[in-house]
Design a protein around this ligand. Structure first.
Ligand SMILES: Nc1ncnc2c1ncn2[C@@H]1O[C@H](COP(=O)(O)OP(=O)(O)OP(=O)(O)O)[C@@H](O)[C@H]1O
Ligand SMILES: O=c1ccn([C@@H]2O[C@H](COP(=O)(O)O)[C@@H](O)[C@H]2O)c(=O)[nH]1
Length: 232
């Protein structure tokens, strides 16, 4: 059976300890989780990391397009940190940057990306989509579609998709599974509309899970049912 190809969306917070935007301990933990999961699951892995540890593109003194450019640049910083830390851990990886966000990594080239993934390298996509008005969740859905991923994993701070944000609403109820239509109809804010919609069009399932419980990434990659899966 062909290896499963997985797009892992990490939040920027996976590199932060709360006081430091990029902390050595958090970076090391994230890399260890990835390394142990990949080593024992034989998946082909690609990663998109967000920027929420440093910047979310909204500020009343900065125009939206400028703020979005800043967000994309932060994803480059986070991706560079992750890429170096993976290399230090002995993992082979390749870093590609969205076209238009150049100079710090190789430009995105779909054919080359697929060759790297097929060789067993972990591929990191930096710079978002390269366009303002998008997010790294949408970037993850876009890159997942471009590399023909079998699934998108959203590694986050909550253990699945709820009827409302569980951090803000204690009565929120967790879903074990959902269809794309349900996720879109219910306006669930765990991912943005564009990301859900793109995954629906390309039939790529999304699993939302708690990345901060040690071993959870390994469990998902090994097919264990945790978190919430959104699918057709
Ligand atoms: N319906 C919902 N179910 C679960 N979580 C939800 C829901 N609505 C909103 N959330 C919130 O969405 C957050 C997911 O955001 P996450 O931490 O992954 O940030 P992100 O915006 O993807 O990170 P980054 O900006 O770094 O990419 C959760 O922490 C949760 O509080
Ligand atoms: O394609 C993209 C991706 C991201 N941005 C901007 O970057 C920030 C950070 O991304 P998060 O997904 O919120 O971590 C985002 O808020 C946008 O401002 C972008 O413009 N285009």
């Amino acid at each position: 059976m062909a290896a499963k190809r997985v797009l892992l969306k990490l939040s920027g917070e996976s590199l932060s300890d709360g006081s430091s935007s990029i902390s050595a301990d958090s970076l090391l933990r994230t890399v260890n989780e990835i390394k142990s999961a990949v080593t024992c699951s034989k998946v082909q892995l690609a990663i998109v990391i967000g920027a929420g540890n440093i910047w979310r593109g909204a500020c009343k003194f900065i125009e939206r397009v400028t703020a979005d450019k800043m967000g994309m640049l932060v994803t480059v910083m986070n991706s560079l940190a992750l890429s170096d830390a993976l290399a230090k851990a002995g993992m082979k990886s390749n870093l590609f940057s969205a076209n238009g966000v150049s100079g710090f990594a190789e430009n995105f080239n779909r054919e080359k990306v697929i060759r790297c993934i097929e060789q067993g390298n972990t591929v990191i996509f930096a710079g978002g989509t390269g366009n303002p008005f998008f997010t790294t969740d949408t970037t993850a859905a876009l890159r997942a579609a471009e590399i023909k991923a079998d699934m998108l994993l959203k590694a986050t701070q909550v253990d699945g998709v709820y009827s409302a944000d569980p951090k803000k609403n204690k009565d929120a109820v967790k879903f074990n599974s959902l269809t794309f239509e349900e996720a879109l109809d219910k306006h669930l804010k765990i991912m943005d509309y564009e990301a859900f919609s793109l995954c629906m069009q390309t039939n790529i399932s999304i699993t939302v899970f708690d990345f901060y419980k040690d071993g959870n990434l390994k469990k998902v990659l090994n097919g264990e049912k945790i978190g919430t899966t959104v699918e057709a």
